[in-house]
Write a protein that binds this ligand. Structure first.
Ligand code: HEM
Length: 567
């Protein structure tokens, strides 16, 4: 029996220190929360096994774990966790999130960018080295004390190009292209009879996703490589596994498919270079049939001028841009439309709004400026992103420690914020005294009615950022209510915030609202099965996706089409 005694002693000797260590960490955690001192980093969240830390909890049920780790005494807060030996700082309290967005030292998204390029887009290490070495920041003026040559300031070069193309002078022509492509993708003449389809998400991938791709990258890429769209969605399915860093021997097919996409992009570059001349530009000076947009032409000029870059490395970066541009917008547009058809009475209200927003000279048949400002359509859009966007934002300060609310983030450490936790905070959002819980879709959550003090997105009387006082021109003149996002900074954060905020957000809002409008106006849709539970694989990587197919049937609204005179 001596082996049994030896075995029991060994177990005891290994378990006792683990329990002791956990108990000590537990006491320290509570102590630090209750006695915040002047230069305090967020309290360490206790875990049993030192090196593994919270890794297994994050993999098993990331959302539930994050909510537990970042709540204290019923309020959102900050915590420090260990994941495979690395310390990660989680910030979910409003004061910290707002400080992250405002802090110039945290304005660079390079930490997340390098991770994405390496693991998700497969960029080679030589090209990546120049991204890693660039600590000069995203602003025109380099960070003092840095020594990166102007042509290698890849952080600034990348983001200045994206801002010009997606929020600056490129936005209007891209929106015009998108609206005319969407108009054709959702043609009023399709689906003369009720037609059954296997999956609503796939329908949006093929129609809305392809429209976004074409408005930015033009028709030539898809003409040269007709499988590109399907290959891309196959790749997108594997993004969570790429993000976990799984090597090629564990998913050889996924790596082969990503390589195929990179090859398709480089062969498109070669063709477009041979074919494009200045006269290929559209009248607006932005679009062209070969590259698609000035954004893509400028990436060729600017990013290939950076040391160590090649067609291959640029193709990885462009794959990242394609992923950023369609992987969130497609499920968001799908859920936005799904709820228009699914919520009792909502379709009739939306169609009533659309009847008031028609403009015959616009390619889509609608006044898009008015459509995207409409309170009901905007509220449905904002509620869709609140419910379904559960993404991580990464911030890091390469040069000095920074104070975020009451907590410090040491230099070089990685801070994470997750929008899903903020979006589901029961202490912040208006639920009309529990009638519309935070985890349920309520199309009117973001509408404020002047006559109803219990309306609007924030919980009345919570002491959270002030509910907006509406005065003068802001005051709605009709009973339709008003939509605005003031006071929600740090709480409604589907696009991140600060300088690194998603540059595609304006295009995204137009695409989501316009696709919902075109489909609601032109078709009837019936879901053939209830909404499936969400897939947990994509948690932290953007808009959620249903875990299963959503079969539906669709038929055109012949009477509406005839009345609008569009057939
Ligand atoms: C519902 C749709 C969308 C959502 C929820 C979304 C969300 C986000 C988020 C959370 C980020 C990271 C921000 C940060 O690091 O703080 C991001 C970055 C980015 N998004 Fe979007 N996005 C959407 C649509 C789009 C579209 C339509 C485009 C392009 C046309 C786009 C292009 C980008 C790019 C290029 C970046 C990286 C920017 C950078 O590194 O500076 N996004 N997006």
């Amino acid at each position: 029996m001596s082996w049994l005694r030896g075995f029991a002693t060994a177990i005891l000797l290994s378990v006792v220190p683990i329990i002791f260590n956990y108990a000590f960490a537990w006491v320290a955690y509570h102590w630090q929360h209750r006695n915040v001192n002047e230069r305090q980093i967020p309290p360490g969240y206790p875990s049993f096994i030192p090196y593994l830390g919270s890794f297994l909890s994050l993999v098993w049920n990331g959302e539930q774990f994050l909510r537990r780790a970042t709540s204290y005494a019923g309020k959102l807060t900050a915590a420090r966790v260990t994941v495979l030996g690395t310390e990660v700082y989680l910030f979910q309290d409003y004061a910290s999130i707002r400080s992250i967005w405002k802090h110039q030292l945290l304005a660079s998204p390079m930490t997340a960018y390098v991770y994405t390029l390496k693991y998700i887009c497969g960029q080679d290490s030589e090209s990546l080295a120049i991204y890693r070495a660039d600590d000069s920041g995203p602003f025109p003026k380099p960070h003092p004390g840095t020594n990166v040559s102007p042509h290698n300031r890849v952080d600034y070069i990348t983001h200045a190009g994206l801002l010009r193309g997606l929020t600056g002078r490129g936005l209007a022509p891209t929106t015009t292209r998108l609206s005319s492509i969407l108009d054709k993708a959702c043609a009023p003449t399709l689906f003369e009879e009720w037609t059954e389809m296997p999956d609503l998400l796939q329908f949006f991938q093929r129609n809305i996703g392809t429209s976004i791709m074409q408005s930015l990258f033009g028709p030539t890429l898809l003409r040269l490589h007709p499988t590109f769209v399907d290959d891309f969605w196959e790749y997108e399915k594997n993004v969570p596994r790429f993000a976990w860093g799984l090597p090629s021997f564990m998913m050889p097919g996924a790596y082969r498919n990503r390589r195929k996409l990179i090859n398709q992009l480089t062969s498109w570059y070669a063709f477009a270079r041979r074919s494009f001349t200045e006269s290929s530009r559209d009248e607006d000076g932005d679009g062209d049939v070969f590259w698609g947009s000035e954004l893509m032409r400028s990436r060729q000029r600017d990013l290939l001028g950076v040391d160590g870059q090649s067609d291959e490395s640029l193709a990885s970066a462009d794959l990242g841009l394609i992923w950023a541009s369609v992987s969130n917008i497609v499920p968001s547009a799908m859920f936005n439309t799904f709820h228009i058809f699914n919520e009792p009475g909502l379709l009739a209200r939306v169609r009533n709004v659309l009847d008031q927003r028609r403009r015959s000279e616009s390619s889509s048949g609608f006044d898009i400026g008015k459509l995207v400002k409409d309170p009901l359509l905007s509220s449905i859009y904002a509620e869709t992103l609140r419910v379904y966007v559960k993404t991580y934002f990464v911030a890091s300060s390469p040069h000095e420690d920074v104070l975020l609310g009451k907590w410090w983030l040491p230099k070089g450490k990685v801070a994470l914020v997750n929008s899903g936790i903020s979006h589901m905070d029961e202490g912040f959002w208006n639920t009309k005294a529990g009638t519309y819980p935070v985890n349920k879709f309520w199309p009117d959550r973001f509408i404020t009615y002047a006559h109803d003090p219990s309306s609007g997105p924030t919980k009345p009387g919570t002491g959270q950022p002030k509910r907006r006082e509406m005065t003068g021109a802001d005051r709605p003149k009709t009973s339709e209510g008003s939509f605005d996002l003031d006071g929600l900074e740090g709480s409604w954060i589907p696009y991140g915030g600060g300088h690194a905020i998603c540059p595609g957000r304006f295009l995204a809002k137009t695409a989501i609202i316009l696709s919902g409008a075109l489909i609601a106006d032109r078709y009837d849709i019936e879901l053939l099965a209830p909404l499936p539970p969400m897939s947990s694989a994509k948690f932290g990587l953007g808009t959620q996706k249903p875990g299963d197919a959503m079969p539906f049937r669709v038929c055109r609204r012949a009477h509406k089409v005839a009345r609008a005179g569009r057939v």
